[in-house]
Design a protein around this ligand. Structure first.
Ligand SMILES: NC(=O)c1ccc[n+]([C@@H]2O[C@H](COP(=O)([O-])OP(=O)(O)OC[C@H]3O[C@@H](n4cnc5c(N)ncnc54)[C@H](O)[C@@H]3O)[C@@H](O)[C@H]2O)c1
Length: 363
């Protein structure tokens, strides 16, 4: 496997991470800085809690991480940042299906227009820079009708056993919900700019990423949200019946794939990959609640509500393409990853230890 040595060893310009104060973004920024790479972050800090991630990054990495408050809808600010970097990791976005239903125009402006701003800035100001984009499994739509799905214990499974290895990148696109449409539009632009303009782009269609520094809410980041509700002793609402299945990927594994794609850009430019935990790391919502009960010694209180639009009854990524291309595989099991996340959430939100965490952050 050829490594892009030039990018790592000789290019002293920083790597740009849009949305670098967000959950996945700050974990990527921290990993890059830890290996000596300078990082430029642009983030409008609109996600609740991410200001803390900014403090955490500065406390850990100081001058190596330059954080600028900017909006990806501001084409001038984006171009200014893109012009001075060696590569662009584009994660800034409107991240919730629910918010996209409330404000489709804003969702479009941030996810579709904002991504076009990034691509145009690269095309016009820095065409050699690799671009890696945070896409989503939502570009595949709902995927299964009720008739295509069977119940197997506490989870759904596809009736057709050919889906057992997960959904591959050849799955038909079927944007569903404004969020699915805006991310799908961006996904296709990023892919097409490789074909039409020769940009060195990679699309990573991520499923359920979870881990430390995730400020999960009911709208996005369900795994962290469920755990946090359990820590607070508050009820958890399951939209649907809880049998829906996701493949969970710990953020440290996601970060390894992002950095792997950057390091191997000469091999993977122009490609699209599904990035998730795969069949071995899949779990239903009810199974996750069982895991929480086991971990915390008591079952959380749950209540049920109606399915949300476009919710997939079963989504598991086929990760064979990304595994082969990047010589990568998930290393952290949901059991271990959830234990780590529980510890972090407990230290951050669980009482006295919260104070310690904040002191440490500002040290
Ligand atoms: N977390 C997941 O499981 C998952 C799955 C699939 C795709 N994704 C995608 O990955 C990316 C990162 O997700 P995350 O979970 O870290 O979310 P996050 O909300 O923690 O991070 C997104 C960051 O983007 C910033 N941002 C939002 N709008 C912006 C704007 N207009 N200009 C500049 N910055 C802006 C936010 O302040 C935040 O820091 C998103 O694009 C999301 O759609 C995430």
């Amino acid at each position: 496997m050829r490594m892009s040595i030039a990018l790592r060893k000789e290019d002293s310009r920083p790597v740009l991470v849009t949305g670098g104060c967000g959950f996945i973004g700050c974990n990527i920024v921290s990993a890059l800085a830890a290996r000596g790479t300078r990082v430029l972050v642009i983030d409008n800090l609109s996600r609740a809690g991410v200001q803390e991630n900014a403090h955490w990054l500065k406390a850990r990495h100081g001058e190596r991480v330059d954080i600028r408050t900017a909006d990806i809808r501001d084409a001038e600010a984006v171009t200014d940042a893109v012009a001075r970097v060696s590569a662009v990791l584009h994660l800034a976005g409107q991240v919730a299906v629910t918010s996209s239903l409330e404000s489709p125009t804003q969702d479009f402006e941030v996810n579709a227009r904002g991504t076009l701003n990034v691509l145009e800035a690269v095309r016009l100001a820095n065409p050699g820079a690799p671009v890696i984009f945070a896409s989503t499994n939502k570009v595949y739509g709902r995927l299964f009708t009720d008739a295509d799905i069977v119940r197997a214990g506490e989870r759904y499974a596809p009736a057709d056993a050919r889906f057992a290895p997960g959904l591959s990148e050849a799955t038909a696109l079927d944007f569903y919900s404004p969020y699915g449409c805006s991310k799908g539009t961006a996904d296709q632009y990023v892919h097409d700019y490789a074909r039409v303009f020769g940009l060195r782009t990679v699309v990573l269609r991520m499923s359920c990423i979870y881990g430390n520094r995730q400020f999960g809410t009911e709208d996005q980041g369900w795994l962290a949200h469920f755990l946090l509700q359990a820590i607070r002793g508050a009820p958890i609402t399951l939209y649907g019946d809880g049998l829906q299945v996701r493949d969970a990927l710990h953020v440290s594994d996601a970060v390894a794939a992002w950095i792997g794609a950057l390091d191997r850009i000469d091999d993977v430019a122009g490609r699209v990959f599904n990035l998730g935990g795969g069949p071995d790391n899949s779990l239903s919502l009810l199974e996750f609640l069982d895991l929480i009960a086991e971990l915390r010694g008591s079952a959380p209180t749950i209540r049920f509500d109606r399915w949300r639009p476009g919710d997939q009854p079963w989504y598991v990524s086929d990760i064979s393409a990304v595994s082969r291309a990047l010589d990568w595989r998930p290393r952290v099991s949901p059991r271990e990853g959830v234990r780590l996340l529980d510890r972090w959430l407990e230290s951050r939100f669980g009482g006295a230890a919260d104070v310690l965490q904040r002191d440490e952050m500002h040290a």
